[in-house]
Write a protein that binds this ligand. Structure first.
Ligand SMILES: [Zn+2]
Length: 205
């Protein structure tokens, strides 16, 4: 079942919930990434080397976007914070940002401005990196919350341990999922000592 904004009493606006849509969102972004890579390496929009450079920068910028989302948007913007609270209450539920919304943000905030003020090849390369980062962020979030597939969960156990503290500590921190680099840079790393033993967290460390 997919529902959006049906739990008004708890401010659960802009939530889409349902396993099919949740998985379809991964599919849409995987296909989009493949198309962007194919266009980039084909040379149709310019030098593949330039596309790769822009994609690398885009992927690096994504880690900062991810940190900013987790630290500010998910905590401070009331409607979005309500969604994040639902995630903290039910970490394994299939909550997802509606694909139309994330695609609109991607096109409006990144693709269109870069296309207009940089160049189409730079825009496509940077967006490729951002899409790759967003897709991997989603995969990593799924794996560390659900613990499956097991082989990947084991390889991501450090990220899982960091995120378990994000859920299980009484303090705010460990906002980076993919990387701790921005938590280190901005002093928001949580230590193991901050884990509250009685605080509920279903994220596997
Ligand atoms: Zn989480």
């Amino acid at each position: 079942m997919t529902r959006i904004g049906t739990a008004a009493a708890t401010n659960e606006h802009w939530i889409a919930e349902g396993r099919a849509g949740y998985l379809a969102d991964f599919g849409v972004y995987a296909v989009l990434l493949v198309v962007l890579i194919a266009v980039g390496v084909s040379g149709r929009t310019g030098s593949p080397r330039n596309w790769l450079a822009a994609a690398t920068v885009g992927a690096a910028v994504w880690t900062l976007i991810e940190y900013g989302l987790q630290r500010f948007v998910f905590q401070k913007v009331p409607a979005i914070a309500a969604i994040h609270l639902v995630h903290h209450r039910r970490p394994c539920s299939y909550l997802w940002t509606p694909t139309w919304l994330s695609l609109t943000i991607l096109a409006g905030l990144f693709l269109a401005p870069l296309w207009r003020w940089a160049s189409p090849p730079t825009a496509l390369g940077a967006v490729s990196g951002i899409v790759g980062g967003y897709l991997w962020y989603g995969i990593e979030r799924h794996v560390i919350h659900h613990g499956r597939p097991r082989w990947l969960a084991l390889r991501l156990r450090n990220a899982g341990r960091r995120h378990a503290l994000h859920h299980g500590s009484g303090n705010s921190g460990n906002f980076g999922v993919r990387s701790a680099i921005w938590d280190v840079a901005f002093g928001t790393v949580l230590s193991d000592r901050e884990q509250q033993p009685n605080r509920e967290s279903t994220v596997e460390p």
